[in-house]
Design a binder for this molecule. Structure first.
Ligand SMILES: [Zn+2]
Length: 296
């Protein structure tokens, strides 16, 4: 009986010990897991910190970037202002230079009392190609900037079947004086009326031409009824040429052959408003000086 009791006691002790060991092991593993979870939590916190720091850095960078973009835009705007100021200044300089290089005489109105000075000679004179001359053996000259407008007009006329020829272009004061003298000898006191033509000041400018077609011997009032005259009336303004003395004008006798270069803009304006060069005031005309040699 006692032996049985002892055995029981031993079982109880062993069981108790086993239980204690299991409990301690459990506690140990629990603590171990707990410690690991703490460490994990810690690492997680650190990672979260890192992420939020990176996010902040990123937004700082973004802000810095925004600031830079703003300053860039501001300096670009400033540059644009400078640029437009420079453009404006150089535009003004260009305009002034263009004006200073354009001879104001070339758009002056001349009259029976207001002539060019006898000493006036246009700055640039160039010879006209003989193919455009009525008399190819006699040299004719034209003001250099006017030459391309004249040649273009003659080429365009020719392509419409109009064979325009230049009888006379630049004439010096003395050329004209000689011509008048010879007319006087031939025609006596009637010379002034007949001495083609009254617009000699305009010829002295170098921007004016007397035109005809080969069927006429020279300048002729019959030119008025020719297709060439009709073509000039409808097209010469596109090349900057106008008829100085149209029919029934109040200044001079009608001269259908006498065409003066006044620039495309002014010629077009005169054509569109059905006015003559000498109808405008000098002040109105002078506004076109700046664009005298512009192609439109
Ligand atoms: Zn003339």
């Amino acid at each position: 009986m006692e032996l049985v009791d002892n055995k029981k006691q031993i079982y109880i002790i062993v069981a108790t010990l086993l239980f204690a060991i299991i409990a301690m092991a459990g506690a140990y593993f629990y603590l171990l897991l707990y410690k690991q979870s703490l460490e994990l939590k810690n690492s997680l916190d650190i990672a979260k910190d890192n992420i939020s720091r990176a996010q902040k850095d990123n937004s700082d960078l973004q802000e810095a970037n925004d600031n830079l973009s703003e300053s860039l835009a501001a300096s670009q705007a400033q540059n644009a202002v400078f640029e437009s100021q420079i453009r404006e200044i150089s535009g003004t300089v260009g305009t002034l230079q263009k004006l200073s290089e354009t001879d104001p005489e070339l758009l002056k109105k001349y009259s029976k009392v207001y002539f060019l000075s006898e000493n006036y000679i246009p700055a640039k004179l160039v010879p006209i190609d003989a193919q455009y001359l009525w008399n190819g053996t006699k040299l004719q000259q034209i003001q250099g900037d006017t030459a391309p407008f004249l040649v273009n007009m003659l080429i365009m006329a020719s392509s419409s079947g109009i064979n325009l020829k230049i009888v006379s272009a630049y004439r010096s004061f003395y050329d004209q004086l000689l011509a008048k003298t010879s007319y006087k000898i031939l025609y006596g006191s009637g010379a002034n009326q007949f001495s083609a033509d009254q617009g000699y000041s305009e010829h002295q400018l170098g921007t004016t031409v007397d035109l005809t077609v080969p069927k006429f011997n020279d300048l002729s009032l019959k030119f008025e009824n020719d297709d060439a005259y009709a073509w000039l009336r409808g097209n010469a303004y596109k090349f900057g040429f106008v008829l100085s003395y149209p029919k029934n004008n109040s200044y001079y006798q009608f001269e259908p052959w006498h065409w003066r270069f006044v620039g495309v803009a002014l010629a077009k304006n005169l054509h569109d408003s059905n006015k003559n060069f000498y109808d405008l005031t000098q002040r109105e005309i002078d506004q076109y000086l700046i664009s005298l040699f512009d192609s439109q």
